[in-house]
Design a protein around this ligand. Structure first.
Ligand code: PAF
Length: 299
């Protein structure tokens, strides 16, 4: 199926009116890669035989800081349309910034505040990032009126915040999460991987390597401190490599709330990591279960 391409709000409204329900939305910034195939496939599955998938492709200026890569971000629309065609997408909405923000380059005066979690981790390193993400996701939901919206699992904090926004603002959209996709070498798929030189990519593999080491330590019975130490050892080694990996954060967090968990934590957790390889900032995460042996001696 060749998707209908809508470049304007009016075009979208016309295409949307003809879409059979359920309508499943996949918001993206384009530069679609293997990591997008899992949300697109999940969307197709959730839409079922009779429903339809709507993909948005919009590099959202509101979520980029002044020193970030908004201008440089890849925009290969033709290749993206081909991926959408292969994945059974009915409609692609690819607006320019003025369609989304009529006063562009001025940004909207009213935006969504992400609350306390929005100031941690990604939000601490990228001030305003989640205000920008939540604002555009809210606008895209208003414009496309989906039954379900699918997001990738790599952006774990984004996913938790979107679920929170949907609950707090009564958006009435079901949110589904697609599993994170790793390339064959273990690197989490990301549009920004295209910025990496071969050496930078080799150094970036410490992110997935650290998560694998942590999962291994947890499986061997390490406690939360041991799990973090296993991940940190891999990241420390990469920090003195060439080119060096620069760690931003490594956090063991509650799976649902992403609140940092303490040294005594037992049970499920999510390990989150962010680092720069060269000038490219990368994130990754992995679930793990801490079943550290109880130190109490049972007599
Ligand atoms: O994850 C992304 O690609 C973006 O943050 C999103 C959700 C499409 C909003 O611009």
């Amino acid at each position: 199926m060749t998707p209908i391409l809508a470049r304007t709000r009016l075009g979208l409204a016309a295409a949307r009116a003809a879409m059979p329900s359920p309508v499943v939305l996949v918001p993206t910034m384009g530069a679609l890669h293997d990591g997008h195939r899992s949300p697109l496939a999940l969307a197709r599955e959730l839409a079922g035989e009779h429903g339809s998938v709507l993909v948005t492709i919009f590099v959202n200026p509101l979520q980029f800081g002044p020193a970030e890569d908004f201008d440089r971000y890849p925009r290969p629309l033709e290749a993206d349309l081909e991926v959408c065609r292969q994945q059974g997408v009915s409609v692609v909405f690819a607006p320019d910034p003025v369609q989304m923000y009529p006063a562009f380059p001025a940004m909207p005066q009213v935006t969504v505040s992400p609350g306390p979690l929005g100031r941690l981790y990604e939000g601490a390193s990228r001030p305003g990032f989640f205000d920008g993400v939540l604002t555009v996701v809210l606008k895209l939901c208003q414009l496309t009126a989906p039954d379900i919206a699918v997001f990738g699992g790599k952006d774990a904090q984004q996913l938790v915040l979107i679920r929170q926004m949907v609950a707090d603002l009564d958006l009435g959209v079901q949110i589904a999460a697609a599993p994170l996709h790793r390339d064959a070498d273990g690197l989490a798929a990301s549009s920004r991987n295209s910025y990496l030189s071969a050496d930078e990519r080799a150094s970036a593999l410490a992110l997935s390597g650290a998560l694998a080491a942590a999962r291994g330590a947890a499986a061997d019975g390490a406690d939360a401190g041991g799990v973090l130490a296993a991940a940190r050892a891999v990241l420390d080694k990469a920090a003195s490599g060439s080119p060096p990996l620069r760690l931003d954060y490594l956090v063991l967090a509650d799976t649902d709330t992403l609140a940092e968990v303490g040294a005594g934590h037992r049970g499920d957790a999510l390990l989150l990591v962010a680092a720069w390889s060269g000038s490219t900032r990368l994130i990754d995460n992995a679930p793990l279960t801490i079943r550290a042996a109880d130190l109490e001696v049972i007599r």
